[in-house]
Design a protein. Structure first.
Length: 498
């Protein structure tokens, strides 16, 4: 992240001297010149270190320093005192300032103190950053695979890890584009910087611009405080632009300029400053097609796609399903403290035959649900959603072939279809579960089937589907994402679900 230093000093000579001490590529110096209203202004702007001249301190000082604790970044405060009197210095410290320096000190001393302060601050933020990172960070080894489609992909990836080349990751929803971007960051030389992921499709246009580049106070109605953009926060790290195809055209122009010049200009600011950010973009639509349709600028496309990797969907690499299933069982069983250690052959066969429209995300969700339903050590067909379990003994010639085709099917799961007299024919396994578990799994299945049917009936028209379901479009999208469903798969009259 760039370090923002606020230099509130009215002595021009001192300001010039400090300016030269602070001239570093990872420091952004902001110099408010006003004296009246200075403190409220400092309290609103992003700032890591505050260097403040004695004449600019608030009255009473203690109250002002307490207000500083409410600042979102709580900057380190250094007072530049006009005298070398130790009693005055002690008073500043007692009122809450972090350090006091006699402004008349030789430049080298001032430089030494400021550098030590910055170092300490950086270490503290690094420590915090590492402490809040997830325990199981994505690694490139998560993507190990035997399938030919993945072999092409895996061949390319290690070559881009140590470089700063712009990278475009394409692939269907849930294949692991963000996970891959994060793994590349974690294993590359930018690992000590931040990995910042921004979904460009989830924000309205005006917000997206401010999220990317930041804004100054008063830049637009409602901008009551300045804000750092993600480019600034990702300085020396990686910025992952998810659904990059959703960026509106006018912002594409601005993004291209930033990528070319490695400089950003927050909204409303007259000044721009340098940032060192590796950009990894992702799209679950083919960006090239968007370029042909003139929805995406060709020049930006070329800039982002210096290297393009495509993560193949799971249905094109069924060989990878067993290893993903086993790893996920091991990982999740540990996470939720269950003693599930494996999966029955029939259940694995069904998993391998299923086409996984929601890819690894859907697979992980299915395993999580199965682990929660499983009271034993092994996941069986009864723990899988029906749409998958039915495939264990399903018709031959299903799009995905299971590895152990010859094995006999496991005990069939009765479908909860209507029995005689319109009553549900209960699957026996339900009677071994709690009502809450049965209800949860049945409703999830029902919901998925309903949404699949609805999308097929409306040929993927979200507005119409949401209206029929009585849902907001956004909620429908969320449910589709949960079940790994995509409207594109229902656009054909056949209503293929992929
Ligand atoms: N190889 C893998 N091993 C384990 N989990 C994985 C793997 N790939 C993806 N996942 C998990 O699957 C889920 C979806 O992955 P991710 O968010 O990276 O997909 P995506 O391609 O970015 O999807 P979308 O296009 O919908 O944003 C995440 O929870 C991720 O941790
Ligand atoms: Mg994603």
């Amino acid at each position: 992240m760039l370090i923002r230093i606020t230099l509130a000093v009215d002595d021009r000579d001192l300001r010039r001297r400090l300016g030269s001490v602070l001239a570093r590529p990872d420091i952004l110096v902001q110099t408010p010149r006003v004296r009246k209203g200075l403190w409220p202004r400092i309290l609103k702007d992003p700032c890591d270190v505050l260097l403040v001249g004695e004449s600019m301190l608030p009255e009473p000082l203690r109250a002002g320093m307490e207000q500083l604790l409410l600042h979102p970044d709580t900057p380190a405060s250094v007072v530049l005192a006009e005298s070398a009197d130790p009693v005055t210095h002690a008073r500043f410290l007692a009122d809450g300032c972090d350090a006091v320096l006699f402004a008349g000190l030789a430049e080298d001393h001032v430089r030494g103190v400021i550098e030590a302060m910055l170092e300490k601050r950086q270490r503290k933020s690094q420590k915090l950053f590492f402490a809040t990172r997830p325990l199981a960070e994505p690694r490139l080894s998560d993507f190990v695979s035997e399938s030919p489609g993945m072999a092409r992909f895996l061949n390319l990836v290690p070559r881009v890890v140590q470089s700063d080349t712009a990278l475009l990751i394409e692939g269907e929803t849930g294949v692991g584009k963000e996970r891959l971007a994060c793994a590349i960051h974690t294993e590359g030389r930018r690992a000590t910087g931040r990995f910042v992921a921004l979904n460009c499709g989830a924000l309205p246009e005006h917000l997206l611009e401010s999220e990317l580049f930041g804004h100054v106070r008063g830049a637009f109605t409602g901008a009551t405080a300045a804000r750092r953009g993600w480019f600034e926060i990702a300085h020396r790290g990686t910025l992952f632009l998810d659904e990059v195809g959703e960026i509106p055209i006018h912002l594409q122009v601005k993004l291209l300029r930033v990528l070319q010049e490695q400089e950003i200009q927050p909204i409303g600011s007259e000044k721009s400053f340098g940032v060192d950010v590796r950009v990894i973009a992702a799209s679950n639509r083919e960006l090239q097609t968007e370029v042909e349709a003139r929805r995406f600028r060709r020049d930006l496309y070329h800039r982002l796609s210096v290297v393009t990797v495509t993560v193949p969907p799971l249905r094109e690499r069924p060989e990878d399903i067993p290893v993903l299933v086993e790893r996920q069982i091991a990982y999740l069983a540990h996470q939720v403290s269950r003693h599930v250690t494996g999966i029955a052959p029939g259940a694995m066969r069904a998993m391998c035959r299923y086409p996984w429209p929601g890819n690894v995300r859907e697979l992980n969700n299915v395993i999580e649900r199965a682990i929660l339903l499983c009271d034993d050590t092994e996941i069986t067909l009864s723990h899988l959603p029906e749409s998958i379990a039915d495939l264990a003994s399903g018709p031959p010639g299903h799009p995905v072939a299971a590895p152990d085709e010859a094995e006999p099917p496991e005990a069939p799961v009765t479908s909860p279809a209507s029995g005689p007299a319109g009553r549900l024919a209960l699957p026996e396994v339900w009677l071994t579960k709690s009502l809450q578990e049965v209800r949860k799994s049945y409703l999830a299945d029902l919901e998925r089937q309903y949404i699949e049917g609805l999308l097929a009936a409306t040929r993927g028209r979200i507005g119409e589907a949401a209206r029929r379901a009585g849902l907001q479009e956004r909620s429908l999208y969320e449910k589709m994402k949960q079940f790994g469903l995509r409207k594109e798969d229902y656009r054909q009259p056949s209503g293929a679900t992929g």
